[in-house]
Design a protein around this ligand. Structure first.
Ligand code: AMP
Ligand code: MG
Length: 488
């Protein structure tokens, strides 16, 4: 049973960017979840992952001998206000794994104790927050959305206080990299251009090795803009709301990260917000592109000294690259949303049919996921009944369906190709509030059955499983007023 050989390339960066840190050993650690499918992708032995050795490693009892783990430093704009020093306040980079395909992933523990960046926090994580991140990350990944992943979850044997006492836990999370927009903001604040340049070079080397341009930093900016534009389009096409899109929660790898108070929208309302801490709707579903652009502007500002020696020219270059965001986002979003209804942007009348659908959804707050899925069922030859049932009155809907069917009857239309796409863009299962809440409550009492059942359907979200019929349907009236919490 070979233990994985991790290393830590991040220690080659200037020391201002991190603090060496050995996690506090958990008093009575138990591994309650481990992700064999992910381990296989990473080339990590699944027998090792479920062994006592892995548990000891991830719960801080056996430190790595080849290097000292570290807590990363970063800054961040939180809900628009700038904090110059955030950093891993309850997390540690315990190692990096190089998979057989040569791709390097961070192995990161969240909830592993206080660090020099903890400020007033206890450095711990509540079991429910860990399980929530676990299930959302695995759900996003199964939907095909770039995201950090969950390799394992461990209860620590501690009780931690939030609004009330909760069991404590550690999430073992993986990412292409945890470098954030906020990491670049922090590097820029160091007032030492070599720190910024070294971070940028490291990022390019690790995440964008294909960059080969006269100024690689301009290209880095472009690549990060493109990845974020596509990511936000994907989120929105599944009704996903990140909830806390602060610059410290935006990874330059283009992976979804730190989605504490996130949610999948159930009844469609474009300005829907769930996060209990988002008082002004800053990160509402339909504000996400604008907010990503705002964050990317902060990223560009951090890079300015590397873009050109002359500051005015650097600003010009940054603006020219940032201007591409909207175009990339819109094209990607339209393409995905049209494919969800089995149409494509080049078909006459397709965009109008999509906007009519979105207005219909918003007018009646129709369940976002069920709308597209039941339309997929019709495209697959089923009757219109299940689809029509979603609406309070049928007239407008029937007219819309007729227009849709007419478009699908046009001569170059290939219904099989369209259906195959619909089946990969329109899931049956998303994490729904009431189901997740029930599963988390039971898990806190030590019963993981409901959680494991949910995890099983969410990791194969496009396959309808008849025995789990009740997991398809939203509970009445749970959605619109639901509030999500960080519960960190
Ligand atoms: P988040 O909004 O969860 O992404 O976290 C924002 C910042 O607060 C990061 O610097 C975290 O490390 C820090 N933080 C959040 N919760 C805790 C905690 N329980 N203890 C210490 N630091 C924390
Ligand atoms: Mg964060």
């Amino acid at each position: 049973m070979p233990a994985p050989v991790f290393d830590l390339s991040y220690t080659r960066l200037p020391q201002v960017l991190y603090t060496p840190y050995q996690p506090t050993p958990a008093p009575a650690a138990i591994m309650i979840l481990h992700n064999n499918a992910l381990a296989k992708n990473l080339g990590i032995d699944t027998k090792w992952l479920s062994s006592g050795a892995a548990l000891k490693f991830f719960s801080g009892q056996t430190p790595p001998d080849a290097y000292t783990p570290l807590a990363m430093a970063y800054a961040g704009h939180q809900f628009g206000g700038f904090s110059p020093r955030l950093g891993d306040g309850r997390a540690v980079l315990i190692g990096e794994n190089v998979a057989p395909n040569n791709i390097r992933h961070d192995i990161h523990l969240k909830g592993s104790g206080r660090t020099s960046y903890s400020r007033g926090g206890d450095g711990k994580a509540a079991l429910r927050a860990v399980l929530k991140e676990y299930i959302f990350s695995e759900s996003l990944a199964a939907l095909g959305i770039p995201t950090t992943r969950s390799l394992a979850a461990i209860t620590t044997g501690e009780t931690i206080m939030r609004q009330k006492p909760h069991p404590g836990a550690i999430l073992v999370r993986t990412a292409r990299s945890h470098i954030r927009v906020g990491t670049f903001q922090y590097a820029r604040l160091c007032q030492d251009e070599t720190v910024l340049k070294t971070l940028a070079d490291y990022s390019i080397d690790r995440l964008f090795p294909e960059i080969n341009a006269p100024n690689p930093y301009t290209e880095l900016l472009s690549q990060v803009i493109e990845k974020q534009a596509k990511l936000i389009a994907q989120w929105m096409s599944f009704g996903f709301i990140h909830g806390v899109m602060n610059t410290d929660n935006m990874a330059i790898s283009g992976e979804t990260i730190d989605f504490g108070p996130c949610a999948f929208m159930e009844g469609f309302a474009p300005n829907r917000v769930f996060s209990s801490i988002d008082h002004h709707g800053r990160y509402a579903w339909n504000k996400q592109p604008e907010m990503a652009y705002w964050n990317l502007t902060r990223f560009a500002e951090s890079l300015l000294p590397l873009l050109h020696a002359d500051e005015d020219k650097a600003v010009e270059i940054a603006q020219e690259r940032l201007a591409k965001f909207s175009e990339i986002f819109t094209a990607h979003y339209n393409h995905l949303m049209l494919a969800k209804i089995g149409l494509s942007p080049d078909m006459d009348g397709a965009p109008q049919t999509l906007s009519a659908a979105m207005s219909m959804l918003a007018a009646h707050e129709i369940d976002f996921t069920l709308f597209f899925r039941r339309l997929t069922d019709i495209a697959g030859g089923e009757s219109e009944e299940g689809f029509l049932e979603l609406f309070p009155q049928e007239t407008g809907v029937k007219t819309w369906l007729k227009t849709w069917q007419k478009l699908r009857a046009s001569k170059d239309y290939d219904p099989d190709i369209a259906l195959a796409k619909m089946q990969t863009l329109n899931p049956v299962y998303i994490p729904r509030f009431s189901q997740l809440e029930t599963a988390l409550e039971a898990a806190e009492q030590g019963d993981m059955d409901a959680f494991n059942q949910l995890l099983a359907v969410l990791t194969a979200p496009f396959n309808e499983q008849k025995q789990y019929a009740e997991l398809v349907i939203p509970a009445p009236d749970t959605d619109a007023h639901a509030r999500t919490f960080c519960e960190t």
